[in-house]
Design a protein around this ligand. Structure first.
Ligand code: ZN
Ligand code: ZN
Length: 372
């Protein structure tokens, strides 16, 4: 079948996404073909396209790993979903390794290979996309910057029919990580203080999950408009850390949270002085989930009070399975407790280049592509 897809043909900065016609295969054993309705644009797509992380990728490639849509057809062996079902496409897992076999598919030993490192190929060591007979490579077993996706059924999470599909795409990445880190790693008790640093998609998802779980939430960031949005959507306290030294940040954060600091921290900023200031603003015995990538973390292990009895977890996707957290996020969304559409800027798929440009210019917190 011929479809339109946004191709990355060269790694360059600024990145270029060109909508071109490609061929997509029929779903094979254990595969699902999905008509994409919405797809979030994530920093990861940009980082690969610009070579920010120094990871060479096979080209041409179709990016996009935050897609949601409607199952169009299924291959042999698929019983999990049927044509017409609404789904979110999440990160791949192999189904065979120890992590997958013990219910912890987010730690799958093959996720990195299946995501990209194996060279943009699928479970069959091929790619479902091609152009003029030449392979077009895939990302995260998904490549949702395209009208249709063929992916393994393991990556697919069924969502309720009354969940708005145009808002569902991004549920599989940053929102998953932020909300999952609170739900699964920090597990705040009612009334505990949760500190969230960084008011991007990861941080705001953490804020809303912590509120839904009955915690008190303090959010730190340097952008007034994002802090204001958090205030309007339920955060208890905000701290604008702009211009503060690391020591000043710690003092301000502690003061805001009863003078003794947070019970839990979801770190979604990834900037070294903020990470340190925030970790020091957690009270002894507290829990820390480091969700952001980037930034260096350095502590004196002997220093009384610095990391004293604090439990630090580095999370992958919030250390929770997509099959568990995505339906929960849909329920919270429907109840108005997970107002993700407040951070979305919608673009037509045809305007993907504009969406990427505006995202890179800081004009959109979370760009979401909508397909006809
Ligand atoms: Zn992502
Ligand atoms: Zn696995």
């Amino acid at each position: 079948m011929k479809i339109k897809a946004a191709l990355c043909n060269t790694q360059q900065n600024p990145p270029e996404f060109k909508i071109q016609e490609v061929d997509i295969i029929e779903p094979r054993q254990n595969e699902v073909r999905i008509k994409i309705v919405s797809a979030g644009i994530c920093h990861t797509d940009i980082a690969y396209a610009t070579d920010e992380w120094g990871i060479p990728i096979p080209l041409p490639m179709v990016m996009g790993h935050e897609g949601a849509g409607i199952v169009e057809s299924v291959g042999p062996g698929v019983t999990k979903v049927k044509p017409g079902d609404h789904v979110v496409i999440s990160i791949p897992s192999c189904g065979c390794c120890e992590a997958c076999n013990t219910g912890k598919s987010w730690f799958c030993a093959k996720t990195a290979d299946l995501s990209l490192l194996a060279g943009g190929f699928d479970f069959f060591d091929t790619t479902p996309l091609s152009k003029d007979g030449e392979p077009v490579h895939i990302l995260f077993q998904q490549s949702s910057f395209a009208e249709y996706v063929v992916t393994n059924h393991r990556s697919v999470v069924k969502i309720p029919d009354d969940m708005d599909l145009k808002d569902a795409g991004p549920l599989s990445c940053g929102l998953h990580t932020g909300a999952g880190g609170v739900y699964s790693v920090l597990k705040p008790q009612i009334g505990e203080w949760v500190l969230v640093t960084g008011a991007g998609a990861v941080g705001l998802a953490a804020v809303w999950m912590a509120k839904a779980m009955g915690a008190k939430v303090c959010l730190a960031d340097i952008a007034d408009d994002r802090l204001q949005l958090a205030k309007e959507t339920g955060v208890d306290a905000i701290v604008n850390t702009k211009g503060m030294s690391q020591e000043e940040m710690t003092v301000a954060l502690k003061e805001t949270m009863d003078g003794t600091g947070a019970h839990c921290l979801l770190e979604a900023c990834g900037v070294t002085p903020v990470i340190k200031a925030a970790m020091l603003a957690v009270r002894a015995g507290g829990r820390i989930c480091q969700a952001a990538v980037g930034g260096k973390i350095e502590f004196d292990s002997w220093f009384f009070g610095e990391v004293d009895s604090k439990e630090i977890t580095f999370s992958r996707m919030g250390n929770v399975s997509s099959g568990l957290i995505i339906p929960i996020l849909c329920e919270l969304y429907k109840e108005g407790k997970f107002p993700i559409n407040r951070i979305y800027t919608y673009y037509s798929f045809n305007d993907i280049q504009k969406a990427v440009d505006e995202y890179m210019a800081g004009k959109a917190v979370k760009p979401v592509l909508l397909f006809d």
